[in-house]
Design a binder for this molecule. Sequence first.
Ligand code: OFO
Length: 185
Amino acid sequence: LITVLIVYCKQRGVDMMNKNLVDAINTQINYEIESAHVYLAMQSYISTLGLDGFENWFGIQFEEELAHARKFIKYMNDRGARVEIRGFEDPRNEFSSILEVLEVSLAHEKGVTDRINNLMTIAHEVKDYAAVSLLQWYVDEQVEEESGVQTLLDQLKMVEVKGNGLFMIDKDLGQRVFVDATAQK
Ligand code: OFO
């Protein structure tokens, strides 16, 4: 009986969430996991450059992306919506420099911002205000994601990607520790 009840409640949850929105969030869950792979591939490339601080920083980006995916998954579970895990293409593994890695990262984050904004549009269209509230967290997070990468890019250009300046930036990035921002409301 309990199993039947759980199945019933889960089915009701699916009904409660608009199907297009469920599909779109499932797609985004996949992109978040894909983003984790993108950053892991970048971290692996950076490990060949001897820039330990950047390597650390990109490893934390990897952790953050997984946390972003988990936050969506938890939300879907809480709403009784069915999560579907999908596949994706290989991430890019080769770059010409740390500068290029940062440029690709920034373009990547801008693309993610567009996707989050599209999700927000769907949530408004179907009047799912719980989803709007969740998505606002991602909207704010994307501002930080883009700004963090942009700042690094600016700093790298400022020191012309070399010498003591590069050494100091790398040293600073070595201090970064993973803080699970998704744990905060
Ligand atoms: Fe999940 O924010 Fe980066 O990609």
